[in-house]
Design a protein around this ligand. Structure first.
Ligand code: DMJ
Length: 586
């Protein structure tokens, strides 16, 4: 079912849509940074590229030549602090009416691993003139720096900043925020910060520790972050660290069913499920594949890929799905789904759907069962989970439990518009894009209809019009905001693929509201307990690592008009916003 690894040597692609790839130099020889100083000497006017994509990985020009297009007027509305600082056709796949464009790679994947792969940043030397960054991107850089200031001062080398108490919290004790933020710093062009963090990775990031880590969280944040940083920078340090953590996570797969345990002791090499159950979460065991597959490709060691592919094969064949929708739990002994009858695109199932599509893209659109499962699942969403709210008739994704529909939607579900748009961009049916547009409007309204302009963790939609009621209702237990990225993530995809500026404007509003209600003056941003109380949003005293790993990165990319700044025909983002190369770009 799943094709083996593609040949490690990079191919020259010729296709109707691609021009030859180009990439930045590696971190080691500091080419990318040197280029930036060239850019300073030879400034060119901003031009917006929406033409053929080119492989290019390099930080954008950070020096403040601000965009003067229509952004400038809008930016004046709010003061911002930035100033401070040959195509080979293959058969068309169709699935229930969905027509998938012919695969455009020139070589089929090889079944053999030949030699380790090199980082994608070193694949081409030609450089286009970089697109200068604009005023809104500068505001993101300022926000990142403010967050980093707090982390550096009070939580350096620890997992998360507690910005109010000026301290930190540990989850795995592995510098989670620092690792999650590495590729964001690269993309934002924050050289000094990156170099300082790199030093910490070189000298202080040690995985030989008697500590239990969650397989999924450490894979998406640590393994994913190290792999993408390796690709962007070309610095082998990050690959060495990735190999180390990858190997240490492997005991998780030693289960009777080969469905991995949730927790691994990376020092002792032992793994176990949570104390109260032998179940694992479906999203967790099916959202580690992009990272382990890439680790195999880079190292030439197939064991990582084999382990995660086996999980996907198993889940593909498993009964208990409802029109492609999966339950939330799977047992590590029996390998069967448990707690049947509850279907959600939110917590515990979300990234299963995301990784079906993304693995298919990563593997060069060869692995048809992944695509079939994805397409079937989206049909399942349409059939069981889609409804429209009142009064604004917003399309939303609810939940289905034991035959009953619930109008509840997690903010987590807001990854879906972006994923649907990515699928449509990759040749899937155009109505996925239509659905994506409808859903991102809903996700935006989850912010816009709330007093602080920030979304709560969970909303309930009104199915019946009631005088004085908005579409969105919030229960007291759900009114926190953890600085999550999903809506901004989807805004980024929708903007990349449509060019509709309203998506940038919505993201800009969200950034301003994060600054207004979650920014801590002494450094850092904090989760809040009450998005409905602008006079006291009740700061929680915690900055999640994904705020730097995902939220601010997607903001920066959303505000960019440079399609080559992480080209989506060359890279696929893991679920923690770490870009990994597509093996056989279409
Ligand atoms: C991140 O760790 C990942 O995006 C994950 O897929 C979902 N939860 C957080 C962000 O909300």
């Amino acid at each position: 079912m799943y094709s083996a690894l593609p040949p490690p040597q990079r191919r020259d692609f010729i296709s109707v849509t691609l021009s030859p790839g180009e990439a930045a130099g590696g971190y080691n020889n500091s080419k990318a940074w040197r280029r930036r100083s060239c850019w300073r000497k030879h400034p060119k006017p901003l031009h917006v590229r929406r033409g053929p994509p080119n492989l290019q990985i390099r930080p954008p020009r950070r020096e403040a030549r601000l965009q003067t297009q229509d952004d400038a007027g809008r930016a004046k509305e709010e003061p911002h602090p930035a100033d401070k600082e040959e195509k080979t056709e293959k058969s068309v796949i169709s699935w229930r009416g969905a027509v998938i464009e012919p695969d455009q790679s020139t070589e089929p994947p090889s079944s053999k691993i030949k030699e380790p792969e090199k980082p994608s940043s070193l694949e081409g030397e030609d450089q286009k003139e970089p697109v200068p960054i604009n005023e809104r991107q500068m505001a993101v850089i300022e926000a990142f720096r403010h967050a980093w200031k707090g982390y550096k001062e009070f939580a350096w080398g620890h997992d998360e900043l507690k910005p109010l108490s000026k301290s930190y919290s540990e989850w795995f004790g592995l510098g989670l925020t620092l690792i999650d933020a590495l590729d964001t710093m690269w993309i934002l062009g924050l050289k000094e910060e990156f170099e300082e963090a790199r030093k910490w990775v070189a000298t202080d990031l040690l995985f030989d520790k008697n500590v239990d880590v969650n397989l999924f969280e450490s894979t998406i944040r640590i393994l994913g972050g190290l792999l993408s940083t390796y690709h962007l920078s070309g610095d082998s340090l990050f690959l060495e660290k990735a190999k180390d953590i990858g190997n240490r996570l492997m005991p998780a797969f030693n289960t009777p069913s080969k469905i991995p345990y949730s927790d691994v002791n990376i020092g002792r090499g032992t793994a176990h499920p949570p104390r109260w159950t032998s179940d694992s979460t479906v999203a967790e065991v099916t959202s580690i594949q992009l990272e382990f597959r890439e680790l195999s490709r880079l190292t030439g060691d197939e064991k990582f890929k084999k382990a995660v592919d086996e999980v996907m094969k198993h889940v593909h064949a498993l009964s208990g799905k409802n029109d492609g929708l999966v339950p939330m739990f799977i047992n590590t002994n029996s390998g069967q789904f448990t707690h049947l009858g509850v279907y959600t695109l939110g917590a515990r199932a979300d990234s299963y759907y995301e990784y079906l599509l993304k693995q298919w893209i990563q593997g060069g659109k060869q692995e048809n069962e992944l695509l079939e499962d994805y397409m079937r699942a989206i049909e399942g969403v349409k059939k069981h989970l889609l409804q429209r709210s009142q009064p604004k008739k917003l399309t939303f994704v609810g939940e289905f439990a034991h035959g009953h529909f619930s109008a509840k939607m997690d903010h987590l579900v807001c990854f879906l518009p972006g994923t649907l748009a990515l699928g449509a961009h990759n040749g899937l049916t155009a109505d996925h894009m239509e659905l994506a547009k409808a859903l991102i409007e809903t996700c935006y309204q989850m912010y816009a209809q709330v007093e602080t302009g920030l979304s709560p963790e969970i909303v309930h939609f009104n199915l019946h019009a009631q005088k004085g009621h908005k579409d969105v209702e919030i229960k007291p237990a759900d009114r926190h905001n953890l600085l999550r990225p999903e809506t901004v993530e989807s805004l980024f995809y929708l903007y990349r693929f449509t060019g509709d500026k309203k998506y940038q404007d919505w993201g800009w509003e969200i950034l301003q509201n994060f600054n207004k209600y979650t920014r801590v003056p002494t450094g850092g941003y904090t989760s809040i307990n009450n998005v409905q109380n602008p006079s006291n949003p009740e700061p929680r005293d915690k900055m999640e690592s994904f705020f730097l790993g995902e939220t601010l990165k997607y903001m920066f990319l959303l505000f960019s008009d440079d399609v080559d700044l992480i080209n989506l025909d060359k890279y696929v983002f893991n679920t923690e916003a770490h870009p990994l190369p597509i093996w056989a770009p279409a």
